[in-house]
Design a protein around this ligand. Structure first.
Ligand SMILES: [Ca+2]
Ligand SMILES: [Ca+2]
Ligand SMILES: [Ca+2]
Length: 188
């Protein structure tokens, strides 16, 4: 049953590895921490954000909020690509649960649910555990991100936010429910 479902998802070509935002098509991700770009329509599997962190004087920041729909969890964040021109090894990434994030001028680590420096060394890796400190996936809801590079370089990046489906009750449990239901009907 599960095999059939996964196969149909793979071959349907829907919602697997989808690019949910591309700055070259959709415009700049917000530079304003009070108005992060809202990213919706996330689905199970990969949700890719493609963009560029522009160097000074642009002083580019990327503020965006993802909405993890009910029935899903936030299970991973893979750096698909990270290329600095000139070479740069890592950039600052932080997140908070909710739809707003603290101002960069007043931010302290206590205001953030997770932060770190990520880049070259993490290409292809899932940085979810390092960023969030969570042992397992985080629940449905809003999460707001802050991505920034302060060195005078341009960073072309691809971030892959991964969602998983909340496991359904096991068939044995559903069978038990059905049995209880039948017994209930028989008593009437
Ligand atoms: Ca940008
Ligand atoms: Ca921006
Ligand atoms: Ca850097």
């Amino acid at each position: 049953m599960k095999t059939i479902l996964i196969s149909s998802l793979l071959f349907s070509g829907i919602s697997i590895g989808a690019t949910i935002f591309d700055e070259s098509i959709n415009g700049e991700l917000s530079d304003d921490n009070t108005m992060p770009t809202a990213l919706t329509g996330l689905s199970v599997g990969s949700n890719v954000i493609i963009g560029t962190l522009l160097s000074n004087p642009d002083d580019d920041r990327e503020y965006f909020t993802i909405t993890v729909p009910t029935g899903f969890t936030w299970s991973g964040l893979v750096i698909d690509s990270y290329v600095g021109t000139p070479f740069e090894d890592q950039s600052f990434l932080a997140y908070v649960a909710g739809d707003s994030i603290v101002s960069p001028t007043s931010a302290s680590a206590n205001d953030l649910d997770g932060n770190g420096l990520f880049g070259q060394a993490q290409i292809g890796n899932d940085i979810f555990p390092a960023l969030t400190g969570a042992n397992s996936a985080l629940p449905a809801g809003d999460y707001t991100f802050w991505f920034q590079e302060t060195a005078p370089v341009d960073i072309a990046y691809e971030l892959d936010i991964q969602l998983a489906a909340v496991p359904e009750p096991s068939s044995a449990f559903l069978g038990l429910l059905g049995l209880v239901g039948m017994m209930g009907r028989r008593r009437r």
